[in-house]
Structure formats: C-alpha cells, structure tokens
Ligand binder design. Structure first.
Ligand SMILES: CSCCC(=O)C(=O)COP(=O)(O)O
Ligand SMILES: [Zn+2]
Length: 206
C-alpha cells in the first residue's frame, strides 16, 4: 500500500523496520513516535529492538503531562518527543536514531551545530531550494536527565529555531516531519549529508 494511504501507526512500524535494515538503531537504541491529535502521540515502549517492533509496542502518551495509561513504560526519551510536538503543531512524526555517522559527527564537531552547505541533497529537506543555503543542525551535549536536556533544546530554539532536527552529542539524531513519509525523507537526507560531511572532513584532514 502507498505510504500516503497507510494508517499512521502502520507507516511508523514500517519506518522502524526500514531503520533497522539501515543499521541506524543497533541493539535497543532509538525511539519513534507519531502524533494522534493536539493532545496525544503514540511512542515506542522503552527497551525494544526498533527493527523488529510491532504495533502493540507503541503507547499513547499525553503531550502535556507525559503520562501513559496502563502502567507500561514509554521511551526514556519521551520528553524530547513531547517537546518537539509542543514547539511545532505541524509536526506529525519524530524519528530518533543512533547511527554511527550521527554519533561520530556530533563528537567530531566541537561547536554547538553542524552547518550543512554546498550539498545538492540539502534539497531533500522540506523548503530547501539551493545547495548554496545553509542548514543548521544544532548539537546538544548528552545527558541522562531528559527534562534538563529538553529544557536546553527549548531555550536554544528560542534564539536559533530548530528546523529539521538536532543532534545529541555522542548519542544520535532527532528529526521529524509533517508525517511519517516526510520524517523518513528527512532522516535519509540528513544521514546522507552526515556521511558526506564526515568523509569530507577525513579527506581534508590528510
Ligand atoms: C542502548 S539505547 C540507550 C537509550 C537510548 O538512547 C534510546 O534511544 C532508547 O531508549 P528507549 O527507552 O526509547 O528504548
Ligand atoms: Zn537515544
């Protein structure tokens, strides 16, 4: 079935399996969600292999309180998803991955952002029209204190607006889109751009 016609949860489960085949969520890394309404999203239950996850492993979370029904444990990073949904009413899906490229680039780059410039593939990101423009992907230092990390992301967004996603240093990428289809395109585009950036830096260092 074309992705546009799939129920959002089916599209998200398919995205998780695709991410698994790409090797972007080893072990139980990563978490994914889809908006249900202005008040709720569905998010992965904590601790599953996302490459083999199924629909029953998604929990409904209240976007304001972060609470879930039924005593099950949502992703440990739920607070970052609920933050992004609250900042952007048009965001419909969020993908968080732990690829090698995102993890390494976020450590190699010592500043607080990766700046992507000069790549045709920047146009894989919604609204980008030219390789000559600059796409800023902020980097935040990792923390096990997710409310504190979310608060730093929110503060930074007030001065440097988030666009497509952000990196968490030594941890991975958060990215999103209007729906699962766009979030997948943004993830694939950003992963390609991160790999280019790393290879360029390696070659230019020689
Ligand atoms: C080995 S994964 C460490 C936790 C993490 O960063 C992650 O993305 C997965 O956590 P979750 O609770 O969503 O399974
Ligand atoms: Zn993570």
């Amino acid at each position: 079935m074309p992705i546009e016609q799939q129920p959002p949860l089916d599209a998200l489960v398919a995205a998780c399996h695709w991410i698994g085949t790409k090797g972007w969520c080893p072990a139980t890394g990563g978490n994914m969600s889809v908006r249900l309404s202005g008040q709720h999203c569905l998010i992965t239950e904590s601790g599953h292999d996302k490459g083999s996850i199924s629909a029953e492993h998604f929990l409904t979370v209240n976007l304001q309180s972060g609470e879930v029904d039924g005593g099950r444990i949502p992703s440990a990073e739920t607070g970052l998803h609920t933050l992004v949904y609250s900042l952007f009413p048009t965001v419909g899906a969020i993908l968080h991955t732990h690829s090698v490229n995102a993890t390494v680039l976020s450590r190699v780059e010592k500043s607080n952002a990766v700046i992507l410039e000069g790549y045709e593939m920047q146009k894989s990101l919604g609204g980008q029209r030219s390789h000559l423009d600059r796409v800023i992907i902020p980097i935040f230092d990792n923390s096990q204190d997710i409310p504190a990390l979310a608060s730093r992301v929110a503060d930074s967004h007030a001065t440097v607006p988030l666009q497509y996603g952000f990196l968490v240093r030594g941890h991975g990428l958060y990215c999103w889109g209007r729906d699962v289809k766009e979030a997948r395109r943004h993830l694939e585009g950003l992963e390609f751009l991160f790999q280019c950036e790393l290879q360029l830096r390696l070659l230019e260092a020689k």
